[in-house]
Design a protein around this ligand. Sequence first.
Ligand code: FAD
Length: 282
Amino acid sequence: MSIHHPDRPTLSYEFFPPKDDSGDALLWSSFDALLKTSPDFVSVTYGAGGTNQARSISVVERMAQNVATVGHLTAVGATRAKTLDLLRDFEATGVAGILALRGDSPKDNPDALAQGEIKTALELVELSEANTGLDIGVAAFPEIHPESPDLAHDIRVLKFKQDAGATFAITQLFFDLDAYARFVSAAHEAGVTIPIIPGLMPISNAKQVLRMAELSGASIPPRLLNDLQSAQDDQSARRVGMAFSVEFGRRLLAEAAAPGLHIFSLNSHVAALELATGVGLA
Ligand code: FAD
């Protein structure tokens, strides 16, 4: 099953497993609201902690009853046998596909990656391709993965993943159109043909998004940064941020020929809906 449609841009939303009951209520009301926009698929992130992983699977299972669902899966610190069990658990939920990710060592266990059997997302792609019928997506980094020496290296890794069975990629958040265009063009030159779907973060809470950008290494265009920082209050900053996000999404589709938009909903439907509607996908 393919979650991508070559004839039109796809619309998808990302959610995370909630931590408590109020988060749970927010997730499902947002999911119901966003489902009305007929997304092509939704995705659910996967956390490093044990309880969070069980929650990921139960959220995936419930969403998969309503819409094509992609479960993120990380392999950091895990054995091959445990990862294979997890892949089978995912497949049993009726999920359409997985986003095969390496993950990062948690702060309280910095050696987790070194201690696990699976060291890269590529190995997870290979394991899934050999043992399941799931559609396989992977991560892509228009501004280069923090551990990567250069763009060419990241593109080589992406091509390995495609050759191993990945059928689509979703990018890290970014705010620089040229970075995406450069990455896609270099990927095409290297023989990458799978759709590289931009991950789009609506800037509705400017402080939170600026913090996330810093953590992920995403550059903020100086003019946007200036406009956000000189906004009088949170409401004005939101107006500036959302206007930028809608314009950015439109340009990704129109100028950079992006194959769709993957909106990071942060489990809240208001900004995601504004963005999907603003860019003309809902
Ligand atoms: P890899 O592809 O393994 O790459 C990691 C590094 O190793 C890169 O520098 C790469 O260039 C290098 N590398 C990989 N393979 C090779 C090779 N064969 N030879 C040489 N070098 C190689 N994290 C979570 O914990 N949960 C989530 O749900 C989650 N969702 C995400 C969703 C998206 C869209 C994105 C972009 C990231 C997500 N992440 C998530 C974060 C991700 O786990 C981290 O960014 C992680 O550091 C890298 O994951 P990866 O799959 O790109 O790893």
